[in-house]
Design a protein around this ligand. Structure first.
Ligand code: PXP
Length: 243
C-alpha cells in the first residue's frame, strides 16, 4: 500500500480575516488545528499582493508548528528573499498573475528556463524546491533538467472536468502519464488544486503521486463541519483511496 501525504493550505482562513482586518479568524489557531488533525504538512501562499497570507503570518506559523511548512511563491527575487529569510521546509514555485482569482495554470518551465535556473540557484540549499506544473511530460522533463526533484501537478483541469461531468478521464490520464514519467526519472510527484471529497480519490490512487495539497474546499467545508473534522474526513478518504 502506498503512502499519501496531505498538505493543508490555510490561505483562505486569512482571506476571511482580511475581509475585516484584525486577527479573526486566527491563523495561528488554524495552523495548530491542521497539525493536531493529522495533516502531514501546512501549505501557505504568500502572494505578491498579500491578499491572504503575509510574512508576519509566515513567521508566526513557523514558530508554532512542528510539521513541515510548504511555501508557495512566485518565481521572482523578492519572493526568494522571503523564503531565504524564513526558511520553510520546501518552496513550491507557482505562476502568478495579479488579476487572477487563483493559480490558473502551471509554471511554464520551458519558456522560463533561464530565469528559473537563476531563481533556484539563489534559494538556500536546505530548502526543498518544487515546481507547480501542468500534467505535461515536456514540462516535467524541463524541471528534471533543472535538477528539481519534486513537481506538483496542477489538478485544476481534472477538477473542472469532473465537476462539469465532461472529459475527466482524459484529464486524469494526463496526470497518470506525467506521474508515471516522474517515477521513471525519479522526480517526486505531488498534486493539487480544486480537490474535494468527491474527486480526490481518482488522483490519490494514481501510483507515484505521494502528496496532495488541498485548501479552498477544506476551508469551505470547515465552515459547516469544523476544520478538524474536515481534515480528518479527507485523511480517511485518502487512506481508503490507496488501499
Ligand atoms: N497547490 C498549489 C500549488 C496551489 O497554488 C493551490 C492554490 O493556492 C493549491 C495547491 C490548493 O488549491 P485549492 O485551494 O483549490 O485546494
Amino acid at each position: 500500500m502506498k503512502n499519501i501525504k496531505l498538505g493543508v493550505n490555510i490561505d483562505h482562513i486569512a482571506t476571511v480575516r482580511n475581509a475585516r482586518g484584525g486577527e479573526h479568524p486566527n491563523i495561528i489557531c488554524a495552523a495548530k488545528i491542521v497539525e493536531a488533525s493529522g495533516a502531514d504538512q501546512l501549505t501557505v501562499h504568500v502572494r505578491e499582493d498579500r491578499r491572504h497570507i503575509n510574512e508576519h503570518d509566515l513567521e508566526n506559523i513557523l514558530k508554532v508548528i512542528n510539521i513541515p511548512l510548504n511555501l508557495e511563491i512566485a518565481a521572482n527575487k523578492e519572493m526568494v528573499k522571503i523564503a531565504n529569510k524564513y526558511k520553510p521546509s520546501s518552496v513550491c514555485f507557482v505562476p502568478e498573475k495579479r488579476q487572477e482569482i487563483t493559480t490558473e495554470g502551471g509554471l511554464d518551465i520551458i519558456k522560463n528556463y533561464d530565469n528559473l535556473k537563476d531563481i533556484i540557484n539563489n534559494l538556500y540549499d536546505d530548502i526543498d524546491v518544487a515546481f507547480f506544473i501542468d500534467p505535461d511530460n515536456e514540462q516535467l522533463k524541463a524541471s528534471y533538467e533543472l535538477g528539481v526533484k519534486t513537481v506538483e501537478l496542477h489538478t485544476g483541469m481534472y477538477a473542472n472536468a469532473y465537476f462539469e461531468n465532461t472529459s475527466s478521464n482524459f484529464e486524469l490520464d494526463k496526470l497518470k502519464k506525467t506521474a508515471s514519467l516522474g517515477e521513471k526519472i525519479n522526480v517526486k510527484c505531488a498534486a493539487g488544486h480544486g480537490l474535494n471529497f468527491d474527486n480526490v480519490s481518482n488522483v490519490a490512487s494514481i501510483p507515484h503521486i505521494s502528496e496532495l495539497n488541498i485548501g479552498h474546499f477544506l476551508v469551505g467545508d470547515a465552515i459547516f463541519n469544523g476544520l478538524e473534522n474536515s481534515i480528518k474526513k479527507m485523511i480517511n478518504i485518502l487512506k481508503e483511496s490507496v488501499k
